[in-house]
Design a protein around this ligand. Sequence first.
Ligand SMILES: Cc1cc2nc3c(=O)[nH]c(=O)nc-3n(C[C@H](O)[C@H](O)[C@H](O)COP(=O)(O)OP(=O)(O)OC[C@H]3O[C@@H](n4cnc5c(N)ncnc54)[C@H](O)[C@@H]3O)c2cc1C
Length: 457
Amino acid sequence: MGAGLSPSVRAAFAAIVGAANVLTDADARSGYERDWTGRFVGSTPAVVRPRSVDEVVDCVRLCAAEGLAVVPQGGNTGLVGGGVPLAGEVVLSTRRLDHLSAIDTVAAQVTAGAGVTLGAVQDAARAHGLRYAVDLAARHSATVGGTVATNAGGLHVVRYGATRAQLAGIEAVLGDGSVIRHLGGLAKDNTGYDLAGLLCGSEGTLAVVTAARLRLVPRPAHAVVALVGLPDPSTAVEAVAAWRAVLPDLEAAELFLAAGMNLVCDTVGLRPPFAARPPVYVLVEVAGAEDPTDRLAAALEGTGVEHDAVAVATDERRRAELWRYREEHTTAINTLGPPHKLDVTLPLGALGRFVDEVPGIVAAVAPAARTWLFGHVGDGNVHVNVTGLAPDDDRVDGAVLEAVAGRGGSISAEHGIGTAKRRWLALNRSPAELAAFAALKHALDPAGILNPAVLLG
Ligand SMILES: Cc1cc2nc3c(=O)[nH]c(=O)nc-3n(C[C@H](O)[C@H](O)[C@H](O)COP(=O)(O)OP(=O)(O)OC[C@H]3O[C@@H](n4cnc5c(N)ncnc54)[C@H](O)[C@@H]3O)c2cc1C
């Protein structure tokens, strides 16, 4: 039995979800206690795995009655220490809430249980010539509930927006066990507060999301990917702005640097794409009903891109090969030890200079640390990864986040605040905003049992 859970509480959980879905053995719990990066490791008295919204209600009510704090957890791919039990909370795993409705092809929508993975939504949509606009490298583990809770961004924000823009409704269990269900998916529905929008990005602090109504978009018939070598980050930002102006169907614009390219090639065993080693790489994807290859080529030529620093792919296999140079960054960096992950947005006009400056900001605090930069350049979003630091040494985190805020940026572009960035939330949010946050928290989770260590702390 896990420490801290009395036999009667354990029996009460078992009566709700079945004894097989109350995990108290150390081996069974361990995968839920450690985050994807390995930087955040906690301990829980029990992992409970409800299968229905009613079971979630009963679990939340039991926790409230017993004064037990709860961490909702989906795929456990979050990168800010928000989904693991760092303060001894009960873990409420949503993975068994995995019901996916039939695709509504008339509305182009689907209702997905919180535990459905993004990959499963994509597979179901594909069969109907549709797709879900939120896509990210952790697609086969990250869940609908987790992506709603973090307002996940991903690879296509530049065209479709983040998760909040795809939400047509929500079902969730509040901290007192009451259920809000608004899954009708109406295109127009101005009947008061937008609770789906509020819960999206609330990081499990206001409610346990149990299902979401998601908008789908047409699956484009044609797509083309180009990997482009460029001389410096500011040129890359300007080039993407120019391409965007003439390519309204630009789906992705991802930036990474020579060091990251080398690390990925060495770690995964890929061949570098070009004979020369340009300092900066940008991967762009354009997709639509008509073949966009010629328009992309013209756009690249318009910005003077060198022919020997471009690789273009139109067929699916080769496109996926080019994407690997970008998507393998997260995994390759993790092989160097638990990284500090600082996911930030800069005003586009300040992004290129920030990318140049940030290794120096890190080195000034921790000379032996290494900085790895990649991100969604079309959104002004760069992931600053720092390796070679102790997990609890957050001096670099502070220096980088203060530099971001000082340049008018956001300390969290898409991963959330979690526990990792809680200390610095006031860099971006005023006292009045934080007071409003606290009032919302108290209203929706009066006992303060949902993710009490996350966001507001
Ligand atoms: C390789 C890799 C690539 C990634 N790429 C991106 C990217 O491009 N864009 C991006 O935005 N993120 C990215 N991420 C981060 C991560 O995938 C997202 O944050 C994702 O939304 C987390 O989903 P999850 O199901 O794993 O949630 P978890 O990690 O389980 O939880 C994340 C947070 O949401 C809360 N939560 C989870 N489920 C619920 C629920 N049902 N109700 C209420 N709260 C809940 C948790 O308590 C926690 O605070 C990446 C991660 C990896 C490992």
